[in-house]
Write a protein that binds this ligand. Structure first.
Ligand code: PLP
Length: 451
């Protein structure tokens, strides 16, 4: 066993971590998580915490599930990996593609293309939606529209669609032909407090942007059914149906980035299903394999697939894919995870536990001077920190309040995620009532001691 102090020193010396300045880590080294069971994780020193973040929105079935470990080991004993190119494949990827298409029959999905994670799933959707329009004889349809506050991952395509400035700034210039329109954020918008009116205003903004760009130049509109990294922005119920109408009016493909919302987190099996909408393309990752092994998948509906079915000249080869597309161990892990998601009704559990957690945290809006808004759906919850409750002006992120609150919550037994001016909660969907209460109480204490 490696000595704990050597491990900490080696991390400081050799490893860069995402989304943070390397020098900040010297002052505040990362917590090293060494073990996990269910919704509880343990650090190197043996201190345990309720996992309020599911790793990073992903360990939906909980840590250390025997069924998943057994499936991974069984697959490793058969074959870990073989090429998905050049006329070969492996059994788990076939079985998982069938499972995913069966699960998404209500959405009319027809084919899957696997990848390694969410950013890949988005990149795949961008490239294949352009290829779709080429096959349909409209190669000028190359533009992408997405939302302010959106997060679509870290590849240059996804970053170009992201609507959060901090993810974009250091990597300019980004991909041309990507445009953002207003997202329907009920707590912070300049127009209205009425959800229906807001949905209409934002859907109209999308329609106007499509008109402005020229409908026959727009390939697809991308959106998260509930914006995650942007701060758990839950749209009004009528927004997605209106967006579907707008996309249909102009023939634009509707891509649901379900990387976070897929497989139950929002309280429905898929976020778009929760809004009663069928997208044309779905991007999946995270909960697909619950983080046991990295995996992404992009699903295409019958409309999209028909372009390839009708391609009599064979010009539409899919010149996109990864060495690890359909990785056998990842697919075996995902099959075991999805079995648990269905058997244990994890979407239903997310709805019930999410309601309990939201109830536990809502009183902070009254009791704390810096909590402007606590919101969420299922097990996606955000606490919005404000400098002024009246104006809803966010706190100055430079003062580090979100980090101090997260540290204090950790000291009281719960890991929560500080993101700029917000705290984000996204525990494993298997979390118990008692564990939900540990998170709520840890946060209450954190606001008492750290503000
Ligand atoms: N899309 C959404 C909605 C996400 O939340 C994320 C990651 O959080 C991604 C894409 C990127 O996924 P990954 O980090 O697995 O590449």
């Amino acid at each position: 066993r490696v000595d704990d102090n050597l491990l900490k020193a080696a991390n400081a010396k050799y490893q860069w971590h995402p989304m943070v300045h390397p020098k900040r880590l010297e002052q505040d080294p990362p917590l090293i998580i060494a073990r996990g069971r269910g919704a509880v994780v343990e650090d190197l020193d043996g201190k345990s915490y309720v996992d309020g973040v599911a790793g990073l929105w992903c360990v939906n079935v909980g840590h250390g599930r025997k069924e998943v470990i057994d499936a991974i080991q069984a697959q490793l004993a058969q074959i870990a990996y073989f090429s998905p190119f050049d006329g070969t494949t492996t059994p788990p990827s076939i079985l998982l593609s069938q499972k995913l298409i069966e699960m998404t029959q209500p959405e009319d999905m027809a084919r899957v293309l696997f990848s390694n994670g969410g950013s890949d799933a988005v990149e795949t959707a961008m490239k294949l939606s352009r290829q779709y329009w080429r096959l349909k004889g409209q190669p000028q349809r190359v533009k992408f529209i997405s939302l302010m506050n959106a997060y679509h991952g870290t590849h240059i395509g996804g970053v170009s669609m992201n609507g959060i400035p901090s993810f974009r700034a250091n990597y300019e210039p980004l991909l041309p032909n990507c445009y953002q329109v207003e997202c329907p954020w009920i707590y912070r918008n300049p127009w209205t407090n009425d959800p229906k009116e807001l949905a209409r205003i934002c859907a109209d903004a999308l329609a106007r942007e499509i008109e402005f760009q020229g409908p026959d130049t727009v390939a697809a509109f991308f959106a998260e059914p509930i914006q995650g990294a942007g701060g758990v922005i839950v749209p009004p119920e009528t927004y997605w149906p209106l967006v579907r109408e707008v996309c249909d009016r102009y023939g634009v493909l509707l891509v649901a980035d379900e990387v976070v919302t897929g497989f139950g987190r929002s309280g429905a099996m898929f976020g778009s299903r929760g809004w009663g909408v069928k997208p044309d393309i779905m991007c999946l990752a995270k909960g697909l394999s619950s983080g046991y092994v990295p995996l992404g998948a992009t699903l295409f509906n019958k409309r999209v697939v028909s372009a390839w079915d009708d391609d009599a000249t064979f010009t539409g080869a899919i010149m996109h894919g990864y060495t690890y597309t359909g990785h056998a161990v990842a697919c075996a892990a995902a099959l075991a995870c999805l079995e648990i998601v269905e058997r244990e009704d994890l979407p239903g559990r997310a709805a019930a536990m999410g309601a309990r957690l939201l109830d536990g945290l809502k009183p902070l809006e009254q009791s704390s001077a810096v909590v402007g808004n606590v919101r969420g759906k299922g097990l996606m919850i955000a606490i919005d920190l404000v400098a002024d409750k009246e104006t809803r002006e966010p706190i100055d992120p430079g003062e580090g309040l979100a980090y101090r609150l997260a540290d204090a919550a950790r000291a009281h037994g719960a890991i929560v995620r500080p993101v700029g001016t917000k705290l984000i909660l996204s525990p494993p969907l298997v979390i118990s009532e008692e564990q939900v209460d540990v998170i709520a109480n840890a946060l209450k204490e954190a606001f008492r001691v750290a503000v």
